[in-house]
Design a binder for this molecule. Structure first.
Ligand code: MSP
Length: 499
């Protein structure tokens, strides 16, 4: 990662279905990293967007009696509203229908064509219309799509191909030489095994216009539009740069520091994308990180299975920050998780209401009661083991977190939160063991002041670390503990009765 900039991207989402908790997961995780790196003083560029071409969108538009572009304009609002609601601090939103994007896709195609990397041939194969994916005979054990299980269509047509196969050995070497290129490491291994066991076939990068009109026209063939994946991947470039007169790509942000994606689209990102970039003489991204899936009752969420959970509904029912916290805390990043509302309620009641909420509320109440709302400014050198441990934790925590939120540590959000909670729990235990009301009775005022002062320090440190995870909550805590006085608000997390 270069020192002063941090360019992070999310997948660009298909617009033919409403966003669900899986989509929100990637954006919340990206947002957390973007906020963290901003706070650390990096120049951050956080890109998200929408993938708007292709058959499914065309079909959805027809079903609604709309032009695809009008359909897209409406659908994009749903995504933008959701990101706003969830406090997603993206810097740019790219749409594949943006003029800037179309221009770069066409330029990239034209460069590859001139360099002899694209050729025309007959395509014959099995096609899944809903997934917009071609399948090789060897990948099939029935006439149904291996992904969505729906029937495939046999298709023969003239198309353009990209010479993916020529780069197989180069890619294997590249992945082997760059430990952080694909993370977590089990995903890297998965890609390597795939490349070592299978021969790559050239990638069909066009669709005949007569079958699909809603796409970016190929600059060298009027009868074709670009295959949706070739179009989509280029968004990471088109949003942040351009090609100069010598076909050299120029951007202040590129290479991306992290492409955050779900494991479902690892192959496109870890195989097609590096090869496309290499053929264009463009540096590769630093890290492609594939997180796991949120499952509902053991199966992946999808419109066709009818088990889609709305992120808006979750945020409305439990609170935006509770929802963000839950997603990043409950499952180690990279693993699959089982989504349930009961699990959110459990986290809300124990970690948030009980641990964090109580610590904040008790401390505010003591400051109000014992010191008229003024934060005591007494910093005693202490030999008390519990206090020493808390001081040590406050000092260590930021140093640990800086390491956990890197590709090397697989952006371990859950571990960060676990460590923050260690400090919260130490502070709560300190209150219980110190029994401040006894200090009051015994008139040990200096000790009481130092005790409260340390709690405030711990709470400020906790809140600073929580800013990227729960921006509003952390800001509100920091505001309640003003410079000299407290401004006590309502309890942060009202408990919810467990069903
Ligand atoms: N348009 C392509 C991506 C192109 S990127 C150049 C696409 N879009 S999508 O709308 O299907 O979104 C896929 C992404 O949504 C996944 O990679 C993942 O980030 C997220 N998720 C979708 N379902 C998910 C779960 N059930 N669980 C977690 N995240 C998943 O693919």
């Amino acid at each position: 990662m270069s020192k002063d900039k941090f360019y992070i991207t999310t997948p660009i989402y298909y617009i033919n279905a409403s966003p669900h908790i899986g989509h929100s997961y990637t954006n919340i995780a990206s947002d957390c990293l973007a906020r963290y790196y901003r706070l650390k003083g990096y120049k951050v560029h956080f890109l998200t967007g929408t993938d708007e071409h292709g058959q499914k969108v065309q079909q959805s538009a027809i079903n609604k009696g709309l032009q695809p572009r009008d359909f897209a304009d409406k659908a994009v609002l749903v995504f933008k509203e959701l990101w706003q609601k969830l406090n997603i601090s993206y810097d740019d939103f790219v749409r594949t229908t943006d003029e800037r994007h179309i221009k770069i896709v066409q330029r990239a195609l034209e460069i590859l064509y001139r360099r002899g990397r694209l050729y025309e041939d007959l395509y014959e194969g099995w096609y899944c219309t809903p997934c917009e994916t071609f399948w090789q005979e060897t990948q099939l054990d029935s006439q149904n799509c291996p992904d969505c299980k729906r029937p495939l269509e046999k298709i023969t047509e003239k198309n353009y191909f990209f010479k993916l196969s020529e780069y197989q050995n180069w890619l294997i070497e590249y992945i082997k030489n760059h430990a952080n290129f694909i993370r977590p490491l089990n995903r890297r291994q998965e890609v390597l095994s795939f490349l070592e066991l299978n021969k790559l076939v050239d990638l069909c990068i066009s669709r005949p216009k007569e079958r699909l009109s809603w796409g970016i026209p190929l600059p060298f063939s009027k009868e074709h539009v670009t295959y949706v994946w070739f179009d989509a991947l280029i968004n990471y470039l088109s949003a942040v740069g351009t090609f100069d007169a010598n076909d050299s790509y120029q951007s202040e942000w590129w290479p991306a520091d992290v492409h955050l994606i779900g494991k479902d689209i690892l192959r496109q990102h870890a195989i097609y994308w590096p090869i496309i970039l290499h053929a264009l003489d463009i540096e590769l991204p630093q890290t492609i990180f594939a997180h796991g899936w949120w499952l509902v009752g053991e199966s992946k969420m999808s419109k066709s299975r009818g088990n889609v959970i709305s992120p808006l509904e979750m945020a409305d029912n439990y609170g935006i920050d509770v929802y963000r916290y839950f997603l990043l805390r409950d499952v180690p990043f990279g693993h699959d998780g089982n989504f349930s509302e009961a699990a959110i309620v459990k986290r809300l009641n124990s970690d948030l209401a009980n641990d964090l909420g109580n610590l904040v509320y008790r401390t505010l109440t003591m400051i109000e009661k014992y010191f008229d709302g003024r934060i005591p400014n007494v910093d005693l050198a202490t030999n008390e083991p519990q206090a020493k441990k808390i001081i040590e934790r406050i000092e260590l925590l930021p140093k640990e977190i800086v390491l956990y939120l890197t590709a090397n540590s697989d952006f371990d959000f859950s571990l960060v939160l676990e460590k923050v909670w260690e400090l919260i729990n130490l502070a709560n235990k300190y209150i219980e063991d110190t029994k401040p009301w006894n200090l009051v009775k015994e008139r040990k005022e200096e000790q009481l002041k130092a005790f409260i002062n340390l709690l405030v320090k711990a709470i400020r440190e906790v809140s600073n670390e929580l800013l990227p995870f729960m921006p509003s909550t952390a800001t509100s805590i920091l505001e309640q503990f003003g410079k000299e006085n407290i401004i006590k608000g309502k309890p942060l997390f009202p408990r919810i009765i467990e069903k």
